[in-house]
Unconditional design. Structure first.
Length: 288
């Protein structure tokens, strides 16, 4: 559900508070029999939203979706006690380099936060997720749009770089190891339906995402916490995000296991006091 501001040229004004609410109610009612819907408002919208009246438009739309989908009276965007918000899953897709929390963190309809790094804000992936991780009320954060495979741009300070599977893995592992709960893969050829888009469905980066899934499922991943204070991988050896030479770790709160992603294969240190006394170390090639 889009409109009302964006990272692209402003769209033709479509919604105000009233018709946004009515449209939300219509679309929510239309799909109320489906239990597998994640509602995403926005679509590359700038946050803080400018002009600010657009904030109320999204809140009205969320109220309409909630009423139409769940039924009952109109829920209020700031009423955390309303049971409607526990029966619907909803977020907002922000523009590149931003998080939905920057405008809507105190809103009851926001089930989880969403960030976008796009192609130009790779260095913001970890800070955005770590910022959301420390907010209250606590919500999980999802990488809604990262750098597309086979897109050409300046990436990791490499001008006119064609993003490959390595760049896709960077987005995915940074997003999850920093504390996010997921990552969206995208391919430039598929986004635009350019010639050979069907072949692009099997780009290397897409198939390599299964290795990240398998890694998490190999352990009790719900025990993991992000290394926000660099007490596990000391900052002095963790590299940096600017040129993408980051070493990022995440460890189980009980010290039973940990994951470390070394983006460029640089030497690094680890504080083993975070882990149990008996250790087994394994190397994994994220491409295979």
């Amino acid at each position: 559900i889009s409109r009302g501001g964006g990272s692209y040229p402003p769209p033709v004004p479509v919604f105000d508070d009233q018709n946004a609410y009515l449209y939300g109610k219509f679309i929510g009612s239309r799909y109320k029999s489906y239990t597998n819907i994640v509602w995403v408002l926005g679509g590359d919208i700038n946050i803080p939203i400018d002009p600010s009246p657009h904030i109320s438009i999204y809140r009205s739309m969320a109220e309409g979706v909630g009423e139409g989908y769940v039924g009952g009276s109109r829920p209020r965007w700031n009423d955390f006690s309303d049971p409607t918000w526990k029966l619907i899953t909803m977020s907002l897709h922000p523009a590149s380099g931003l998080s939905s929390s920057m405008a809507f963190e105190q809103d009851a309809w926001l089930s989880f936060n969403m960030i976008q790094s796009g192609w130009e804000h790779w260095q913001k992936i970890v800070p955005l997720i770590e910022r959301d991780y420390t907010l209250s009320p606590v919500r999980p954060t999802f990488m809604g749009e990262g750098a597309y495979e086979w897109a050409q741009y300046t990436y990791c300070n490499m001008p006119n770089h064609t993003n490959d599977a390595w760049g896709v893995r960077l987005n995915a592992y940074w997003s999850t190891f920093a504390g996010g709960f997921g990552f969206t893969y995208g391919a430039e050829t598929v986004v635009h339906f350019w010639p050979h888009w069907k072949e692009a469905l099997t780009y290397p980066g897409s198939s390599e995402m299964v290795h990240l899934k398998n890694l998490y499922e190999s352990r009790e991943f719900t025990k993991l916490v992000p290394d926000i204070d660099n007490s596990f991988v000391p900052k002095s050896s963790a590299g940096n995000t600017t040129d993408c030479a980051l070493v990022i770790g995440t460890y189980a709160i009980d010290g039973s296991f940990a994951f470390i992603y070394d983006t460029k294969g640089i030497p690094f240190d680890v504080d083993l006091k975070k882990l149990s006394a008996r250790l087994k170390a394994y190397w994994m090639d994220p491409s295979t």
